[in-house]
Ligand binder design. Structure first.
Ligand code: IZC
Ligand code: ZN
Length: 429
């Protein structure tokens, strides 16, 4: 797909342009999450992939009077224009699928029981180890296309289905290649500490040392990731082991992230605050003290209500976290076991229905706060002069309909780096 646009792009006269304009360079908290800074009858001028102006159609038509002829014009009359959605937590690069486990769960088995009997993450690890780099690339590219069709223009992608260096590197290499070849931007996270491999079942600390002494140095030396994540959960990595891995990653310049307090309350939120993680993700069972500590340290809560939905458990208490002053972001958690979806808009709907977020808070959480959760708050997540031309045009007359028609895809047009990549709901080739 093409990566360069020569003509300026002029998106004109949207019913609503959701700008999320904010002069601070930190994630939005509390009542600020409700302020979308909407322009009615708004327009956006993009050039060289970067937003040059966002204002009323009247103002921009005057400003660019002499240049409209040379621009490619998109008429957004009757529609909503908003920042491209950002997904800050995905397990994008994997092989195969696990629908058989879904049926086992429908018959009463739990996610952890399946994992402990050698399925779950272990099943995907076997398939990912066996896949060629080309197969992994094709499967992951397919998912990226589905994300784009749902208005997502940047995703974070974790490794963690190798649990050996060769396969972890293969996953991170695929993510890097897709970042270069595909219109989507991909931000990589190393997650060697995703599960204890079967071979180390009785010696988990030896595996932890392997991650620290053998894998992390190579991730850093080859610039394969920016973040370092750990599945801190009872039966997986203890808070002590998680802390070792995260602090060691920090020594190599990798920013900590944590899968925290998903299934039991395990001190994950507290650990996130203690090690200075950029985000703590899941948090269904986070303690009040952990939430308080996250608020004090400004750790972003990346909430994944699709996972609770798919595992048929109660979602995290997003309302309580926002009220406590924790900046909240949203994500699909796209993975083959606990959240096989690329629909971030559906996750936004769940955030309102099952976590008590307003429509406005859900939009903030899937754009500017999600961008901050992957350290991209200065480049994406809002429509402001100087930011990337990453924009979604929705075929709805006002943003409140985004969460209202649940399970539907309103994406009409997607613009990535100032280039139209989805038109009338279909991918441009
Ligand atoms: O493949 O099950 N929770 N990691 C932690 C996952 C879910 C992914 C999976
Ligand atoms: Zn995850």
């Amino acid at each position: 797909m093409q990566k360069k646009q020569t003509k300026p792009l002029y998106i004109r006269n949207a019913n609503e342009v959701i700008t999320l304009k904010d002069s601070s360079s930190t994630p939005l908290k509390k009542e600020k999450m409700n302020d979308l800074k909407v322009i009615h009858n708004g327009s956006v001028w993009i050039e060289n992939g970067i937003i040059q102006a966002v204002s009323s159609d009247h103002e921009l038509t005057q400003k660019y009077e002499d240049r409209i002829q040379e621009a490619e014009v998109i008429d957004a009359t009757g529609k909503v224009v908003m920042p491209g959605l950002v997904d800050p937590h995905t397990h994008l690069v994997y092989a195969g699928s696990r629908e058989a486990e879904f049926h086992m769960r429908l018959n009463g088995a739990t996610y952890m029981e399946i994992m402990n009997s050698g399925g779950g993450i272990h099943a995907t690890t076997s398939k990912t180890r066996a896949a060629t780099e080309e197969q992994l690339y094709e499967e992951s590219k397919n998912r990226l296309n589905k994300f784009l069709l749902h208005g997502v223009t940047t995703v974070e992608a974790k490794s963690g289905y190798g649990l050996d260096w060769e396969t972890e590197r293969k996953q991170l290499t695929v993510a890097k290649k897709l970042h270069e070849d595909h219109p989507m931007d991909i931000v990589s996270t190393f997650m060697g500490a995703h599960a204890i491999p079967q071979a180390y079942k009785n010696n988990p600390d030896i595996f932890v040392s392997k991650i620290i002494n053998e894998m992390l140095p190579k991730v850093a030396a080859d610039h394969l990731a920016e973040f370092n994540d750990v599945f801190c959960e009872e039966g997986v990595f203890t808070p002590e082991q998680s802390k070792r891995v995260l602090l060691a990653g920090k020594e190599f310049g990798l920013i900590p992230k944590i899968h925290a307090d998903e299934i039991v309350s395990y001190g994950g939120a507290e650990l996130a605050a203690e090690v200075g993680a950029i985000s703590a993700d899941h948090l269904l069972k986070a303690s009040d003290q952990g939430i308080q500590m996250m608020a004090e340290k400004g750790v972003i809560a990346v909430l994944l209500p699709g996972t609770a939905f798919f595992l048929m458990t109660e979602a995290a208490n997003g309302r309580k976290m926002i009220d406590a002053g924790v900046p909240v972001a949203l994500s699909t958690d796209c993975n083959p076991g606990s959240s096989p979806t690329c629909s971030l808009p559906f996750i936004m709907n769940l955030a309102s229905m099952h976590m008590g977020l307003t429509v406005e808070e859900a939009i903030t959480a899937a754009t500017i706060n999600a961008a901050h959760a992957i350290n991209r708050g200065k480049e994406i997540g809002s429509l402001e002069v100087g930011k990337k031309g990453d924009i979604v045009i929705l075929d709805i007359p006002n943003y409140k309909q985004l969460n209202y028609h649940y399970g539907m895809n309103h994406t009409d047009t997607v613009i990535k780096n100032g280039i139209i990549v989805v038109k009338a709901g279909s991918l441009c080739q």
